[in-house]
Ligand binder design. Structure first.
Ligand SMILES: Cc1ncc(COP(=O)(O)O)c(C=O)c1O
Length: 421
């Protein structure tokens, strides 16, 4: 009988592929800034039988019977998220960061309204008004960028653009911005032009929960975040807002843009929030930032230009123009040496996003493995050797064995934990 048989017995092909992915994560250095390894507890909740349950609606007001236990888990997730971020209202149902942003727009905007977000090439996200996304198709987008000299937010410029385009919504919070965001200054711009303010903290939510990055919750009308980046939970998202927007927001999530919530994911979100409420969370997030600062200065010491001169958070952007290598080639070469990261545009990049002049480097994954400042200096050296290797296979293969040795000293997943493999 298939029901009750283990994954490896039912489908050895899928089990084998998952096993390979576990090995990849274990044996390579993951430096993708938007990823964090979920804990065993989060993985266990993600794989639970709540995946079977339909629960359209919200806790205690569902369109289905049998929701008494999923109600409890959604209540827990909401309560913990409120405590973690000191938020007035929380919706934990969004399936993804993009859907969370869509729900916020639909809660207070009409198609054709103007939204002001950061230019994608300077670190913004597609859902902040890019023409290729629903946000740039349904709404009228306008953009601010970073200052050309400092490569940081410039509130004089942002105010000027906001006064010109008169947005109904201003969006802050980014995918590739290494500096603190002054949310109070954004509130002042929003008030000046009579706009709503949405902070998308997908990347920095874990840091904010730990108090190592300022929080937007007091200043923004809406705060969206994914739950799978620095927050280290399951793939998914959540939205916080002021009480006055709660009802419109909940309706915009369901039935506005989604159907039944993923209750197994909501259970795993609750677990991740519990982990983030522990004292260890603060030291872990502090270490992520210390590691990022050390890695950035070690890479600078190897002749790499760090965009904006450094980092205040979990990521850095490295401009490779002077190294004569594109972001695309660097991503491939480093990947062959066991170092996974992504190409990224640098502000005002002359290259297209698919080629890009830089790479984005993040420290959440290596920090989760307990690596500290000493290891960051080793990683900077490994990266610099590959970038200078001019496609020399011997250098890449020697770096690859050093990467494997480093990973073995800082183990990640034990295959015994992972059900069915
Ligand atoms: C700032 C920001 N917002 C939203 C998203 C979208 O999240 P998802 O991939 O879950 O749709 C991302 C993803 O990278 C992001 O960086």
């Amino acid at each position: 009988m298939v029901f009750g048989s283990r994954l490896g017995e039912v489908d050895s092909e899928v089990a084998g592929i998952i096993r390979k992915e576990v090995e990849r994560q274990n044996n390579q250095l993951q430096l993708i800034a938007s990823e964090s390894p979920a804990s065993r507890a989060v993985l266990e909740a993600s794989a639970c039988v709540m995946t079977n349950k339909y629960a359209e609606g919200y806790a205690h007001k569902r369109y289905y019977g049998g929701c008494e236990f999923v109600d409890l888990v959604e209540d827990l997730a909401v309560e913990r998220a409120k405590k973690l971020f000191k938020a007035e209202h929380v919706n934990v149902q969004p399936h993804s960061g993009s859907q969370a942003n869509m729900a916020v727009y639909f809660s207070v905007l009409k198609p054709g309204d103007t939204i002001l977000g950061m230019d994608l090439s300077c670190g913004g996200h597609l859902t902040h008004g890019h023409p290729a996304s629903f946000s740039g198709k349904l709404f009228k987008p306008c953009y601010y960028s970073v200052n050309r000299e400092s490569e940081q937010l410039d509130f004089g410029e942002i105010l000027k653009v906001a006064r010109e385009c008169k947005p109904k919504m201003i969006v802050c919070g980014y995918s590739a911005y290494p500096r603190f965001i002054d949310f109070k200054a954004f509130r002042e711009v929003a008030d000046d032009v009579g706009a709503f303010l949405m902070a998308d903290i997908a990347h920095i939510a874990g840091l904010i929960a730990a108090g190592v990055h300022p929080s937007p919750v007091e200043y923004a009308d809406f705060v969206t975040t994914t739950t799978h980046k620095t927050l280290r939970g399951p793939r998914g998202a959540m939205i916080m807002c002021k009480e006055e927007h709660a009802s419109a927001l909940d309706k915009a999530v369901f039935p506005g843009v989604q159907g039944g919530p993923f209750m197994h994911a909501i259970a795993a979100k609750a677990v991740a929030f519990k982990e983030a409420l522990t004292p260890e969370w603060k030291s872990y997030q502090q270490q992520i930032v210390k590691n990022a600062k050390t890695l950035a200065s070690a890479l600078a010491g190897k002749g790499c230009r760090i965009v904006s001169g450094g980092t205040d958070n979990h990521l850095m952007l490295v401009d490779l123009s002077s190294k004569n290598v594109t972001g695309k080639d660097a991503e491939t070469e480093l990947g062959e040496a066991g170092i996974t990261l992504n190409k990224n545009t640098i502000p005002f990049d002359k290259q297209k996003p698919f080629i890009a002049s830089g790479i984005r480097v993040g420290t959440p994954c290596v920090t989760f493995r307990n690596m500290k400042e000493g290891e960051m200096k080793v990683i900077a050296d490994l990266i610099a050797r590959v970038l200078a290797s001019k496609d020399d296979g011997r250098i890449k293969s020697s770096v690859k064995s050093e990467v494997k040795a480093l990973c073995d000293r800082f183990p990640l997943y034990d295959l015994k934990w992972l059900p069915g493999l």
